[in-house]
Design a protein around this ligand. Structure first.
Ligand code: SF4
Length: 371
């Protein structure tokens, strides 16, 4: 059974149809029909969010998993998702959640989500695994409450927003990872993601920046079909010109999944070439992701080259910044928001089966903090 709550982001039009304004698809939804994402339902001319307080999965993650590496490093985020998505990526690793068109999950009010987050020792929230703008009204209510309780909020998003959505995000969102795919190449996005044009993503990034939301960029590099270095150069030039040299970019390794099982893992050399392009174009903090142990997971001082933060996957192994986030060797200020979380401890995590807490979740386990 779904939980219905009237959406905020929509406009009524003729014949009891509505236009949904939560994402850049701007679905025109006839009476008694559901939008592309599967969670926004026009009932008699009123758009209802079908997943308000309906969570398909919840998990405690290191913030580095998002990836957010220049925001509150070493902190833990209580991560939630609903069913549905506004994209239909053919390689989606969460397709069983995102492409599911039956609303399922366990019931959790904003109060319960924040209570669970605090109870598990999380420092913030993350709305992730599927595209969170499709349930933005729920995320908003959780985020407002979370902020009152001293928790921050982060989105892992495809950035395919509207100005209305970004205005709502500005009320509660602190940081976002914006995930590009295939170097933001239009041909790739049309064929493998099913959106006509990436332009709304660029506009949303600018809006979020204007609202003071911390942004990191990822680019999923898909070999053979989405690994064009010229496109990558175009993307990093846009980032440099519009966001500046300090915005982190993460080139992520693809692995075969869902409908693209025939495409191999991204060769590491391909990722390294992308990293090189970013550096050539002046980005000061470029990373490679999904290659645990690779030296380009680390943060290096852009002034003197000193290794500042050594990572392995989502773990921080070494921290060489002073208490004002300056390079201990040359004193260069490193633009990281927050310092290494004082409770950071690599050995603090244990796994507890989530079904104790969430009857219908597909997630096998939840990571919680030992006390
Ligand atoms: S959020 Fe869903 S219903 Fe709304 S425009 Fe996007 S895909 Fe369509």
């Amino acid at each position: 059974m779904s939980i219905l709550k009237e959406a905020v982001l929509y406009k009524p039009v003729d014949n009891n149809a509505v236009i949904c304004t939560a994402c850049a698809r701007y679905c025109r939804i006839p009476k008694n029909s559901i939008g592309f994402c599967g969670v926004r339902w026009n009932i008699d001319g009123k758009l209802q969010l079908m997943v308000y307080g309906k969570i398909i999965t919840a998990h405690i993650d290191p913030i580095e998993k998002k990836p957010l590496v220049h925001y509150m490093p070493g902190s833990m985020v209580f991560s939630i998702a609903t069913t549905g998505c506004n994209w239909a990526c053919m390689y989606c690793q969460n397709y069983d959640i995102s492409q599911r068109r039956i609303v399922e999950g366990f019931e959790a009010s904003p109060e319960m989500i924040v209570k669970l987050a605090k109870g598990y020792g999380a420092h913030g929230l993350s709305y992730t695994y599927n595209e969170p703008t499709i349930f933005i009204e729920f995320a908003h209510d959780v985020g407002i409450l979370a902020r009152k309780e001293g928790l921050f909020s982060t989105f892992v998003t495809n950035g395919y927003h509207t100005p209305e959505a970004d205005a709502m995000l500005s009320k509660f969102l602190d940081a976002a990872t914006v995930d590009f795919k295939g170097n933001a190449d239009v041909k790739f996005l049309r064929r493998y993601v099913t959106i006509p044009d990436p332009e709304p993503i660029f506009q949303s990034i600018l809006e979020m920046k204007r609202y003071g939301i911390h942004i990191e960029i990822t680019d999923l590099v898909v070999p053979e079909i989405g690994d064009d270095l010229n496109q990558a150069r175009k993307l990093v030039r846009w980032i440099y010109d519009n966001l500046g040299p300090d915005v982190p970019i993460h080139f992520l390794r693809f692995h075969p999944d869902y409908k693209l099982m025939n495409i191999p893992w991204t060769p590491i050399e391909t990722l390294e070439k992308h990293w090189k392009v970013a550096k050539e174009e002046g980005l000061r903090f470029a990373y490679i992701g999904n290659v645990p142990g690779h030296p380009l997971e680390n943060t290096y001082c852009p002034e003197c080259g000193t290794l500042l933060i050594r990572r392995y996957g989502f773990d921080i192994l070494e921290w060489n910044l002073d208490n004002q986030n300056r390079c201990k060797k040359c004193g260069a200020k490193i633009p990281i928001i927050g310092q290494l979380n004082p409770s950071y401890d690599q050995d603090r995590f244990i796994y507890v089966p989530i079904h104790r807490y969430a009857k219908y979740s597909r997630t096998e386990s939840i990571k919680i903090v030992k006390n």
